[in-house]
Design a protein around this ligand. Structure first.
Ligand code: SF4
Length: 486
């Protein structure tokens, strides 16, 4: 099974020529799953794969031989949706040759558009939202009965905690574990609360059990996923020790006190699975990130010293219009806390330029904040107005596109400079690297990441993916350390 990561360079036309009706197909029906967007979507595709395998499907990495194509879509920006529409056109070529082929869309764009998706894209048979994946077998049956099928109901409970994901496109070393779903923050530019619903956390026992199982299967790193991991709160029926509370527990036993487990406690529980299982997490939120989380990170060597802390803008007025819930000063105080408690911590962020009414001076506030923090890495985008968001309803998208792009170019250039400076700091030091794969550049070299999430490349010798190797970094590129095993 393979979860195709789209590479734009592939020419749709070339594929058309290879359509071969005589592919000998294994007995069961085959599903081809393709994911767009964030790690949460990739993790969901692994849950969907598990649900369908349960129903007798097997997987294929070749969509031409599939009985069912599922596209896990992203709605975060207009161009993300356009990519999905372009891809559906490619699938349409195959469907014309194989009318029995079923095509389904899932994820955030499916949830945003709902039945409109069927009207806008005739090739689509199934539209299923992020909380309705258990319904997929029934939706498939509906299509086999000759109708289109839609289920975009959002849930306040669904966490798929009892479904064991099937690892897709896996290197056998690193894996995602989703710890919660949805988001209660209402950042004014964001569609996620509308496409993924209200926040709900998974029970800690199932998360720890999944980490243990992955470790037993040879995985050596897990990334705990949530839209805002800092607001993780275990369902009330669990004691601070993670034990399921039952009727016999007396309310005075202290067990019930603070019966909810916060993210820092969950992080500690997962870190205690094994010192050889590395822990990462994403995404943090500046308004909710506590010193408790930082102290737990400092306490356990196997919790990676890396935090992704989106800032979006360096100006407090713009942050307020974005409804981010913090000001520039508060954010910088969080950065100072990270640097104080975990001095060696790598930090990355998300930055958006050209938000509604952003002035040149406010843009410069973002640049000056970047100078102050010096991020290791950043995801940087120009504001893309999304339907039904608070910003679309109440604010004017009045920054001209060329100004947005010019500001974006300035931010990207500055980040390139900072990334190079930050990576250079790693030269001359020994890094404990978890090997993930053979280097893309040479099969005589291996690549992995250090605790700060920097990529490290070194000569292979007898090491293999899954090994921890101490590497002395001797040189670097903008984002990669190059060294030798010591
Ligand atoms: S925290 Fe804000 S930007 Fe992030 S998913 Fe939630 S609403 Fe969207």
């Amino acid at each position: 099974m393979e979860n195709k990561v789209i590479d734009e360079s592939r020419q749709g036309e070339a594929l058309l020529l290879n359509v071969d009706k005589n592919i000998d197909k294994p007995a069961g029906r085959q599903v081809f799953i393709e994911s767009y967007g964030c790690a949460m979507n990739f993790s969901d595709s692994e849950i969907v794969a598990s649900i369908l395998i349960e129903k007798g499907y097997s997987t294929t990495s070749d969509y031409k031989s599939a009985d069912l194509i599922l596209v896990n879509t992203c709605a975060i920006r207009e161009n993300a949706e356009q990519r999905v529409r372009n891809r559906l056109k490619e699938f349409n070529v195959v469907k014309r040759h194989n009318p029995k082929l079923m095509v389904g869309v899932m994820g955030c764009m499916a949830e945003r558009l709902k039945t409109q998706f069927l009207e806008q894209e005739k090739i689509v048979d199934i539209v299923v939202g992020p909380d309705a994946y258990r319904e997929l077998p029934n939706l498939i049956e509906t299509v086999e009965g000759g109708q289109k099928a839609v289920n975009v109901l959002l849930s306040r409970e669904e966490t798929y905690a009892d479904i064991s994901p099937v690892r897709l496109d896996s290197n056998g070393v690193t894996a995602f574990i989703s710890i919660m779903r949805g988001c209660d923050n209402m950042c004014s530019f964001c569609v996620v609360p509308f496409t993924r619903g209200r926040e709900r956390s998974r029970d800690p026992e199932s998360i720890v059990a999944e980490a243990k199982l992955l470790f037993e299967q040879g995985y050596r790193e897990v990334t705990l996923l949530g839209q805002n991991v800092d607001s993780y709160k275990a369902p009330p029926k669990y004691s601070p020790k993670g034990r399921t509370l039952n009727a016999s527990d007396s309310p005075h036993s202290g067990e019930l006190e603070g019966a909810s487990i916060s993210f820092s406690k969950l992080l500690e529980m997962v870190a205690q699975v094994s010192p050889d299982l590395r822990i990462r997490f994403s995404t943090s939120h500046p308004k909710d990130m506590t010193d408790d989380v930082l102290h737990i990170m400092a306490k356990y060597d196997n919790i990676c010293k890396y935090i992704h802390l989106p800032i979006q803008s360096g100006n407090s007025r713009v942050l307020e219009m974005m409804n981010r819930g913090y000001k520039r000063e508060w954010y910088l105080e969080r950065i100072a806390a990270i640097r104080r408690i975990i001095p060696e911590c790598g930090i990355s962020t998300d930055i958006m330029t050209g938000f509604c009414s952003e002035t040149e001076e406010e843009h410069r506030d973002t640049l000056s904040l970047m100078e102050e923090v010096k991020y290791d890495f950043a995801y940087m985008f120009a504001y893309s107005e999304r339907p039904k968001t608070q910003a679309e309803r109440k604010l004017e998208d009045d920054v001209p596109e060329e100004v947005k792009q010019r500001r974006l170019a300035e931010i990207v250039a500055l980040q390139q400079k900072h990334s190079a400076e930050r990576t250079k700091l790693g030269v001359g030091k020994v890094h404990r690297v978890l090997v993930e794969r053979v280097s893309k550049k040479s099969d005589q070299q291996l690549s992995g990441r250090n605790s700060q999430n920097s990529v490290v490349v070194f000569d292979k010798h007898n090491f293999k993916p899954g090994d921890y190797v101490n590497v002395l970094a001797e040189s670097c590129t903008v984002a990669t350390l190059i060294g030798k095993a010591v």
